[in-house]
Ligand binder design. Sequence first.
Ligand code: PEP
Length: 253
Amino acid sequence: MRKPFISGNWKMVGDSQSSVALAKAVAEGSAGIAGERVDVAVIPPFVYLQAVAKAVSSSAIAVGAQDVYFEAKGAFTGEISPAMLKDVGCTYALCGHSERRHVIGESDELVGKKVTAAINGGLLPILCVGELLAERDAGKMEQVVERHLRTGLAGLDAEKMSAVTIAYEPVWAIGTGRTATPQQAQEVHQFVRGLLAKMYSKDLAQETRILYGGSVKPDNARELMAQADVDGLLVGGASLKADDFLKIIQASV
Ligand code: PEP
């Protein structure tokens, strides 16, 4: 059985005080179910990772980074290595979030390198895949998701792949208030699981958690989670309010 996994991407929002307060509120409000019935991760900006990791250290809340670089060390000004993220208490790292792909301009190949480096550095990558609205309207959703998946997982054997969580995030639903319907989410999640079965094995596909992300709110979380292949949620805006995020966590169990 795949344990539900709820993660909150705080994006480039907050300050040191509000980040620690939010982390503590999530840890307190989810005590008793986090770690037991649902895995929970918070994903703050890099500069608040250490303070947030400390604030949740006595809870079951895990901490993730919003990005990671693929080199271990050296002259890569502004970048952060997997070892540095581990050092400050990270368990997870987002790779290929749509804002990195479409605002910062990361290529599919770069995302693939980051996934591999994260695993080799002992982190658990969350590989984000998902199409633009124009791509969906042009009937290219499957083509884009398959390309993101194949290049994101390039070169990974089954053992390494078992460290990966997939997040399906249709770009047209991120931060827009326009959520994919539960049926639309299920359709793509089933497609992703089918691809994983072809690329690896049926067993591995069944074990892999596939999260949905895109305008998840307390009032749509339960219906999304009720879909057979939706194993969790990657939440942006609503994860910045402790009450909303806690309601989403509750809705997943
Ligand atoms: C995200 O940041 O991954 C996300 C899904 O954002 P939002 O929930 O705000 O759409």
